[in-house]
Design a protein around this ligand. Structure first.
Ligand code: 1GP
Length: 247
C-alpha cells in the first residue's frame, strides 16, 4: 500500500487524520527523539518535515532521526527544491495553484521531478492553496504570490475544482505557518461540497476546538506546527489527536 493510500485509510477509519509539522529549524535536535516518540504514542498519523526557511543543514538529519524513532510516515512538506530526501517515506509534490508565480506552479516541479524519480520517492501531487490570514505569512512572502481572499469562497472553490480536474491527489488549504486567522470554515465547506479531493487544512490552528471545527466543515487532515513549538507540549498533541479522531 502506498503512503497516500495508507493516509486515506487512516483518515477514513479515524474520521480524520492528524499531521504534525516539524520544522528542523524550530526544534532542538536533542529534543526531537523524545518529541517524536511521545507524539507517536499520542496518536499522530504522519510527521510533515519542511520549512519556508531552513538555515542550517539539519533537514536530512531531522528526517533520519524521525525515521529512527517512529513507524508513523515521515512526509516531506517542501519549502523549496532543496528539500528532497531519499530518507523520507513520501513527499507532498506541491504546486501553489492559488498564485500566479510560474516558478511555484511548474518551474520548481520540473527541477524536482527528475530527482524524485531517480531516488524513487513517493510523490503525492498536492494543490497548495494559500488563503489570506490577517498578515503576511512566510509562505506568502517567500512564494511571491497573492493568497486567495478569505471571504471569496467562490474563488477558492473554482481553484479546487481546477485542482480536481487536473488530477491532484490532495488539496492543502493553508493559512500559513503562525497565521493570525485560520482558514474559514465556510471556505472548507464550499470546497468539500463541490470537490472530492481529500482536503488538508493547516495554518494558525491553536486549539483542539479550532481543529474540530475544520473537520466538521469537511477537512480530512489537520496540520499543526507553531502551537507545539513553544514547549513541544505532548499533552496538547494528545488533546489535538483526540479532538481530530472519531468525531
Ligand atoms: C504551516 O499549515 C502549517 O504550513 C502549520 O501551520 O505552524 O500555524 O500550525 P502552523
Amino acid at each position: 500500500m502506498s503512503i497516500y493510500e495508507s493516509l486515506l485509510a487512516t483518515s477514513k477509519s479515524k474520521g480524520a487524520g492528524y499531521f504534525v509539522l516539524v520544522d528542523p529549524d524550530k526544534i532542538a535536535s536533542d529534543k526531537l527523539p523524545s518529541f517524536i516518540e511521545q507524539a507517536t504514542e499520542a496518536g499522530v498519523d504522519a510527521f510533515l518535515i519542511g520549512g519556508s526557511l531552513i538555515v542550517d543543514d539539519s533537514f536530512e538529519q531531522c528526517i533520519k532521526t524521525i525515521k529512527q524513532h517512529t513507524k508513523v510516515p515521515a512526509v516531506i512538506f517542501p519549502g523549496g527544491v532543496m528539500q528532497i530526501s531519499p530518507s523520507a517515506d513520501a513527499i507532498l509534490f506541491l504546486s501553489i495553484i492559488s498564485g500566479r508565480n510560474p516558478q511555484h506552479l511548474i518551474g520548481d516541479q520540473v527541477l524536482a521531478a527528475p530527482i524524485i524519480k531517480r531516488i524513487g520517492l513517493e510523490a503525492i501531487s498536492t494543490a497548495y492553496m494559500l488563503v489570506e490570514s490577517g498578515r503576511t505569512t512566510s509562505a506568502e512572502f517567500m512564494s511571491n504570490t497573492q493568497p486567495l481572499p478569505r471571504h471569496k469562497t467562490d474563488i477558492a472553490v473554482a481553484h479546487a475544482m481546477a485542482a480536481e480536474i487536473l488530477g491532484f491527489k490532495m488539496i492543502y488549504l493553508e493559512a500559513g505557518s503562525g497565521a493570525e486567522q485560520s482558514v474559514p470554515e465556510e471556505m472548507i465547506g464550499g470546497i468539500t461540497k463541490y470537490c472530492s479531493v481529500p482536503l488538508i487544512v493547516g495554518g494558525g490552528l491553536r486549539t483542539p476546538d479550532d481543529a474540530r471545527k475544520k473537520i466538521q466543515a469537511g477537512a480530512k487532515f489537520i496540520v499543526t506546527g507553531t502551537v507545539l513549538e513553544k514547549d513541544n507540549s505532548i499533552s496538547l498533541v494528545k488533546e489535538f489527536a483526540s479532538a481530530i479522531h472519531n468525531l
